[in-house]
Structures are given as structure tokens and as C-alpha cells.
Write a protein that binds this ligand. Structure first.
Ligand SMILES: [Mg+2]
Ligand SMILES: [Zn+2]
Length: 161
């Protein structure tokens, strides 16, 4: 019997983690899934993790693209995941930039997006995992109390998937 009856979450950064980093990706044709990422996520899904994406999207604040562009790309991405048999429970994004919008609590390394997921989906932070490609991802996970915070680069190097 699970003591807490809480769920485990896998928190994934998007750019540089799920898809290859190309700076402010918002077009489908520029969105290239990282080799091995489906297999990696499927391992967690098989272990009953709920899958979340937590992504800084300051390109919206910078007016490089709109929230609608982001939504269109997100719908396409979720469809691709679905075709792979992967269910993404929710995508959280921060459209802000401090210089433009002032401080927010969602832009990583702040833990706002992760904390929202923890509350909305009854997630146990300590039993959860975050995977990102930048220090600010790892810090956001730590700031939210996530148990394991991993660099995608290390997973790739270790040949885990
Ligand atoms: Mg990233
Ligand atoms: Zn924000």
C-alpha cells in the first residue's frame, strides 16, 4: 500500500530536452525530437509516472512568436506523442521575461510551474523526477523539492536510452 497515495511526476523541459535546441523554436518544421526521447519517456510512463512539460517561453514576451504559435506547435507535439503511445498530462509554460513583464513565479529557476502541477495532480515531489538541459531547470526542480533532477546530456552520454 502506497503510504501517501500520491502520484509520481516526470517533469520535462522542452527545448534542448524533448526537442533539439535551435533557439526560440515555434515552427513545426524546426521542431526535431531528440533521438531516444520517446523511449526514455515510455520507461517512466511504464513505471506509472505522470508526464508534464514545464517550459520557459520568453520568445512570447520578446514577441518572436505569439501564444497562438506556441499553442499550435504544442497541439502538434502532443499529437506526435499520442501516436507514440505517450500521454502528456499537462504542458505548463512561462511566457514572461523579467525585463519586460517584471518578476514572475513561473520562469525557471523559479518553481511555479512545477508547484502548480504538484498541487493540481496530487504529486509527491520527492518521488518525482525532472529532466532538463540547463542549470535553471535543475534549480527549478530543486526549488520545488523534486527528488531527482537530471541533465538530459548525462542520460544521453550514459546511453540509458
Ligand atoms: Mg531547455
Ligand atoms: Zn512566468
Amino acid at each position: 500500500m502506497n503510504k501517501t497515495s500520491k502520484q509520481k511526476g516526470l517533469f520535462l523541459d522542452r527545448d534542448g530536452t524533448i526537442n533539439v535546441e535551435k533557439n526560440y523554436v515555434y515552427k513545426i518544421e524546426d521542431f526535431q525530437f531528440q533521438p531516444g526521447i520517446f523511449e526514455l519517456i515510455k520507461q517512466y510512463q511504464a513505471d506509472n509516472f505522470l508526464i508534464f512539460i514545464v517550459t520557459n517561453q520568453s520568445g512570447i514576451a520578446r514577441k518572436f512568436y505569439t501564444e497562438r504559435d506556441f499553442d499550435i506547435l504544442t497541439s502538434w507535439m502532443l499529437d506526435r506523442f499520442r501516436k507514440e503511445g505517450i500521454k502528456i498530462t499537462k504542458v505548463y509554460f512561462c511566457p514572461h521575461l523579467p525585463e519586460i513583464n517584471g518578476e514572475c513565479n513561473c520562469r525557471k529557476p523559479s518553481p511555479g510551474m512545477i508547484i502548480r502541477a504538484i498541487e493540481q495532480f496530487n504529486i509527491s515531489p520527492v518521488n518525482s523526477v525532472l529532466i532538463g538541459d540547463k542549470k535553471r531547470d535543475i534549480l527549478a526542480g530543486k526549488n520545488a523539492g523534486i527528488g531527482k533532477n537530471l541533465y538530459i546530456q548525462n542520460l544521453l552520454e550514459e546511453g540509458i536510452f
